[in-house]
Ligand binder design. Structure first.
Ligand code: KIV
Ligand code: ZN
Length: 516
């Protein structure tokens, strides 16, 4: 059995399914590029049949990303499998179709209304159809961990006979506990006669907070692929956090003797940050490996120990994860070459048009802040890189506010060559700015969530606003914006949400006109 644990990243599929985490194509491409840099083995890029936008992003990732296998998800249905096959085709030999079908009694009876024999027949047909399109086919018996082991073994055996090259055992609802999940993996290894003809994979959800523990127990029991997401984002409580699995295997080599992953661990922190920015899902300060406090020692005893010998209180070298790199703060006098080099170092690839839009924002902020740190740069890229694709951009904002006046905002937006302006009073300066924007764009947004964070330290730090808005149809649209002025950052974030709503509307119209 191989010593390598294959790392299958589903940030762009299961991760993106998480409420409020939806990303546009530009954001997905930034994530995919970073996933290639951190060297995951497989990128599950989306669920191609689910929308033209998903199809397009899987196809673009399959065309542009070199290195990892590019995978598209499909139900056991002809049109799903054909859409996934077409979307991953540009990846050539690196294209994978991931077919899934629920197998547990509860799903068979209430969701699918299908008997066991029908499930086996559909599995075989689905896998064979996928194999006719690509050589690399993964099969997942959904809710596998709650499926009767004897029946699960029959399905897995049939899937491998039909040509599945990877069989994945999902703990779809996060019900498993480590000893039992490991025992299931051992059972399959002992009772499926062709099990060695495929890679045995695990996919755990975190409903009981056990996704990483379950995945590691399964690895110990013989699984050789682990599926998950960076930062553990995903449906409900999320997926298995890949950075934790990778660092556990590396740090506890004594226990996982001989096992390894090919992850470039120094890229982990950058990956976590890019995903947090692109998805709008912040990482908790105390999150293992990538949280702000993961290597912060505040107690005197610990600090003293660390100064005497780091290993007294640190089980991992933070540098190995990407912490503590030397920052070279930029100023408004920094030339475009130095800025480009720094952006590349941070993992951003900007086209000439995007860089031009970014550079204008950099100069504006450079005038207000003495130094621009790496985190400022990342926030500004995020804030400016969609300008070229945005319907509305902020041209001007003026707000009057105070304890004895009615807050009022005047906002001027650009839409192509048009200049649009309006004013509104509001229940506070931020509300006034949003109402003025609503009047210009002829939408009415309901603010469902709002948060502001200082990007770096000090009074002149950039403030980064993340918000979620419902424009009346129930979709929660994320918007992000950064500025040294919190009201301006809020207006930018709101305009960003308006632009995403416009984009979504455009996509839906396109889908209605040309369904897959
Ligand atoms: O959780 C799950 O069962 C899934 C499958 C599609 C693999 O995400
Ligand atoms: Zn899942």
């Amino acid at each position: 059995m191989s010593d390598k644990i294959i790392i299958f990243d589903t940030t762009l599929r299961d991760g993106e399914q998480c409420p409020g985490a939806s990303m546009n194509l530009r954001e997905k491409m930034e994530v995919a590029r970073q996933l290639a840099r951190v060297n995951v083995d497989v990128i599950e890029a989306g669920f191609p049949v689910s929308s033209p936008g998903d199809f397009e992003s899987v196809q673009t990732i399959a065309t542009e990303i070199r290195g990892p296998v590019i995978c598209g998800l499909a139900r056991c249905a002809e049109k799903d499998i054909d859409a996934a096959g077409a979307a991953v085709k540009p990846a050539g030999e690196r294209g994978r179709i991931h077919v899934f079908l629920a197998t547990s009694a509860i799903h068979r009876e209430f969701k699918l209304k299908k008997a066991t024999e029908e499930i086996i027949r559909m599995t075989v047909e689905g896998v064979k159809r996928a194999r006719a399109l690509v050589k690399d086919v993964e099969f997942s018996p959904e809710d596998g961990s709650r499926t009767e082991p004897e029946f699960l073994a029959r399905v897995v055996q049939a899937a491998i006979e039909a040509g599945a090259t990877t069989v994945n055992i999902p703990d779809t609802v996060g019900f498993a506990v480590p000893e039992q999940y490991a025992a299931l993996i051992e059972y399959l290894r002992a009772n499926v006669k062709n099990i060695d003809d495929a890679v045995l994979s695990v996919h755990c959800h975190d409903d009981l907070g056990l996704a990483v523990a379950n995945s590691l127990a399964a690895v110990k029991a013989g699984a050789r692929q682990v599926e998950g997401t960076f930062n553990g984002i995903g449906e409900r409580a999320g997926n298995c956090a890949l950075e934790e699995v990778v660092m556990a295997i590396k740090t506890r080599g004594d226990f996982y003797g001989g096992l390894h992953t090919d992850i470039v661990t120094r890229e982990i922190l950058k990956t976590s940050r890019i995903i947090a920015r692109m998805s709008g899902l912040h990482v908790a300060r105390s999150k293992a490996i990538v949280g702000e406090n993961a290597f912060a020692h505040s107690s005197g005893i610990h600090q003293d120990g660390i100064l005497k010998k780091r290993e007294t209180y640190e089980i991992m070298d933070p540098v190995e994860i990407g912490w503590g790199g030397t920052e070279l703060p930029l100023t408004k006098h920094s030339g475009s070459h130095a800025i480009k080099v720094r952006l590349e170092h941070l993992g951003f690839t900007l086209s000439a048009e995007e860089f031009a839009a970014f550079y204008l924002r950099f100069k504006e902020v450079g005038d207000k802040k003495k130094v621009v740190y790496d985190d400022d740069l990342s926030a500004l890229v995020e804030d400016s890189m969609f300008v070229a694709q945005e319907t509305y951009t902020l041209d001007y904002i003026h707000v009057t506010s105070g304890s004895t006046t009615v807050p009022t905002a005047t906002v001027r937006l650009k839409k192509g060559t048009e200049t649009l302006q309006d004013s509104s009073p509001g229940n506070g300066a931020v509300d006034a700015a949003m109402q003025a924007i609503d009047r210009i764009v002829h939408r009415s947004g309901n603010l469902a969530q709002y948060s502001v964070e200082a990007v770096t330290h000090g009074r002149d730090s950039l403030g980064e606003v993340t918000l979620k808005v419902d424009f009346g149809n129930g979709d929660l649209i994320t918007g992000k914006g950064a500025s040294t002025d919190v009201i301006e950052a809020s207006a930018r974030a709101y305009i960003n949400a308006v632009n995403r709503a416009e984009m979504l509307h455009g996509r839906r119209q396109a889908m209605a006109a040309a369904p897959i």
